[in-house]
Design a protein around this ligand. Structure first.
Ligand SMILES: [Zn+2]
Length: 116
C-alpha cells in the first residue's frame, strides 16, 4: 500500500526531459518548456573527457538539433554556443526534479563510461 504524499519524486522516464543522443561518454537531453514553445527548450550536453565532466546548457532556434551527428553538434556549440538572444524556460516542480535527477545520473554515467 502506498501512502498518500505530496512529496514529489523524480520520474523514470522523466516528464519534460527527453534523452536525445548517447555516445557513452556524452549524452544529450532536450528539456522542454511548459509552454510548449520549442524555442525555450534547454539543450543539455553532458560529456566526460579524460579529466572532468562538463555540462553545457544552451538554447537554439534550430529545430531537430539532436538529429545532427556529434561533430556537427560540437561545431554548433563552438561557433554558436554563446547567447545571442534570451530565452526563458518554465518548468513544473516535477520537471525541475526530473531535470536535476537526470543531470546527476548523466554525470555519473559518462564518468563511469570514461573510467571503465
Ligand atoms: Zn516557454
Amino acid at each position: 500500500m502506498s501512502k498518500a504524499s505530496t512529496k514529489l519524486e523524480s520520474q523514470t522516464p522523466a516528464e519534460g526531459v527527453l534523452k536525445r543522443n548517447s555516445w557513452g561518454d556524452a549524452i544529450t537531453y532536450q528539456i522542454t518548456c511548459e509552454c510548449q514553445d520549442a524555442d525555450h527548450d534547454h539543450n543539455v550536453w553532458v560529456e566526460a573527457d579524460d579529466h572532468r565532466v562538463t555540462v553545457t546548457t544552451y538554447t537554439t532556434q534550430k529545430s531537430q538539433w539532436w538529429s545532427l551527428n556529434r561533430w556537427q553538434t560540437i561545431w554548433i556549440l563552438l561557433t554558436k554556443g554563446h547567447v545571442k538572444y534570451e530565452a526563458n524556460i518554465s518548468m513544473t516542480e516535477q520537471q525541475a526534479l526530473n531535470y536535476a535527477e537526470t543531470l546527476k545520473k548523466a554525470v555519473k554515467d559518462v564518468k563511469n563510461f570514461k573510467q571503465s
